[in-house]
Design a protein around this ligand. Structure first.
Ligand code: SAM
Length: 269
């Protein structure tokens, strides 16, 4: 039970609270973020400030978005940290990250040890702001990181892989065992670096359609594309785009997913 109380705060499971307590890992994360005074830094879920504090020492200022009212208040009132922070108490999944871009401010550098229970929808929300973001560093479940970086042919290649790689160049940077957190999660963790691609590299005419194609294709991943995509296109239509209808979703490249989505956009809208 005592494991659940860290720095006088009882961890709330519903907010996905697992606080980092390993100085070496914190150091590695801060080195990966490489904070500078001119940076427009944003942390999601600062919690008790494990990463916030060393980042603020290097940057002088950062914005934080924290859902837990007690933790947000604790940070605001913190004698040393408080003055260096702009604290937004609220849900990062509803936060308009573009509101932090001001004429005199650089693109955002976003980071956080994310609440694992909402990490996928939160990542999708952040992808919407790809044009406002320079880079992101997130601690996630190692399984999620594996899925994000998986390529065609891999068992973990799925919608999260396609959508992550559509928006960003993604690379795992640090592996983190459970004992580096209080309380310790039941799973291994890893930090991923995400660098949004330039708008001209993101050639889907509708990301909504791209997402739908992924949902349909991977929903029944053991089926061939002729069957799994039957709700969206006929076998002839798929063949006309150059897709082998006897393949499964896990064999398609990112570009082929984009080609299918753009064909639907051009012909079925
Ligand atoms: C895994 S903890 C990380 C805390 C701290 N950054 C650390 O590394 O020790 C996740 C943090 O995200 C906060 N959180 C949970 N859901 C959130 C949401 N929807 N929006 C913003 N913050 C959230 C939690 O309250 C908690 O502080």
């Amino acid at each position: 039970m005592t494991d659940k109380v860290h720095l006088g705060h009882r961890a709330r499971k519903r907010f996905g609270q697992n606080f980092l307590c390993d100085e070496m890992i914190i150091d590695k994360i801060v080195t990966a973020i490489d904070p500078k005074p001119e940076d427009n830094l944003v942390e999601i879920g600062p919690g008790l400030g494990a990463i916030t504090e060393p980042v603020s020492e290097l940057s002088g200022h950062l914005t934080v978005v924290e859902l837990d009212k007690d933790l947000a208040q604790r940070l605001t009132e913190h004698p040393f940290l408080g003055p260096k922070l702009t604290v937004h108490q609220g849900d990062a999944m509803k936060f308009d990250f573009s509101s932090l871009i001001k004429a005199d401010r650089n693109k955002l550098k976003v980071f956080g040890n994310l609440p694992y229970n909402i990490s996928t929808p939160l990542l999708f929300h952040l992808f919407e702001f790809a044009d406002n973001i320079e880079h992101m560093h997130f601690m996630l479940q190692k399984e999620v990181v594996k899925r994000m970086v998986a390529g065609p042919g891999s068992k973990t290649f799925g919608r999260l892989s396609v959508m992550t790689q559509y928006y960003c160049n993604a690379m795992p940077v640090i592996e983190v065992p459970p004992e580096c957190f209080k309380p310790a999660p039941k799973v291994d963790s890893a930090v991923i670096r995400l660098i949004p691609k330039k708008p001209e590299q993101r050639t889907a005419k509708s990301t909504k359609i791209l997402n739908t194609v992924c949902l349909e294709a991977f929903n029944q991943r053991r089926k061939t594309l002729r069957n799994s995509l039957a709700n969206l296109l006929t076998a002839d239509e798929l063949t006309s785009i150059g897709i082998d209808i006897t393949l499964r979703a896990e064999s398609l490249s990112l570009q082929q997913f984009i080609d299918i989505a753009n064909w639907i956009y051009d012909n079925k809208q």
